[in-house]
Design a protein around this ligand. Structure first.
Ligand SMILES: C[S@@+](CC[C@H](N)C(=O)[O-])C[C@H]1O[C@@H](n2cnc3c(N)ncnc32)[C@H](O)[C@@H]1O
Length: 238
């Protein structure tokens, strides 16, 4: 899924107007696609990154030497007020226990007139890299929790959350990401790692059910195929 994240990262950094001279934070950095983009733009010493997952924080510390990496969640950022010029969260708002509090914390650590930006896949519109997986899962189990109600994952919802978090001059948009897959297996393999909601869901199924799900996905994706996805995104001023 790294190819999706890195295409998104460049667009997120553009949306937030990231440029040399700024001090910035990547909230929910995961394996570091956005942190890497930020380092290219402002230099490692001007980037901080947090994630509540120890393995992701360790991975980013290795991938981006010099970045101030900390184990923390958005709702409780270990930084003083006005520390950053911009705070960004890529594909994280829907994982926050309290998205308004998380965005509010991002605003707290950002200086007045600085920028907070976030994006979430268009889950409601099924324009995500995982959409074929959840379509197949729903065919087998119509009750499955498929992410379509995720915070920020429908048009206009990030704007609502940003407003509740006290941000102003909010702009929202959608960011297109198109990725070509040479084979079905290349797209399927990440699900087998047991990571994220889809990976955890797959790991919890009986083997026969896993195979049914994989074959239903395969039918939707004759190789080679291009997934045309998009994320809802918003930026606001502190
Ligand atoms: C889909 S990944 C996105 C990672 C990265 N931002 C990217 O675009 O590749 C979601 C990340 O959010 C992190 N996360 C989950 N809950 C969080 C929270 N409350 N605050 C900050 N990050 C959180 C997860 O550990 C995971 O690394």
């Amino acid at each position: 899924m790294g190819r999706y994240s890195s295409q998104l990262a460049a667009q997120m950094a553009d949306l937030a107007g990231i440029e040399r001279g700024q001090h910035v934070i990547d909230v929910g950095c995961g394996p570091g696609a956005l942190a890497t983009e930020l380092v290219q733009r402002v230099g490692a010493e001007a980037v901080a990154a947090v994630d509540p997952s120890e393995s992701f924080a360790e991975a980013v510390a290795l991938r981006c030497p010099g970045v101030d990496v900390r184990l923390a969640s958005a709702e409780d950022l270990p930084f003083a007020m006005d520390t950053f010029d911009a705070a960004l969260a890529q594909l994280v708002v829907h994982f926050m226990d309290d998205p308004v509090r998380g965005l509010g914390e991002m605003a707290r650590v950002t200086r007045t007139n600085g920028v907070v930006a976030a994006c979430v896949w268009d889950n409601a519109g099924e324009r995500t890299p995982l959409a074929p997986f959840w379509r197949a899962a729903r065919e087998l189990d119509p009750q499955v929790e498929d992410g379509s109600g995720y915070a920020g994952g429908r048009e206009g919802h990030l704007r609502e959350l940003f407003t509740e978090a006290g941000l102003r001059e909010i702009e929202d948009t959608s960011l297109p990401v198109h990725v070509q897959h040479a084979s079905f297996e290349e797209w399927w393999e990440p699900f087998t790692l047991g990571v994220g909601p889809a990976g955890v869901y797959l790991a919890g199924l009986e083997r026969e059910r896993q195979e049914q799900l994989r074959e239903l996905c395969r039918e939707q994706l004759p190789a080679p195929f291009t997934l045309e996805t998009r994320a809802w995104a918003a930026r606001g001023i502190v």
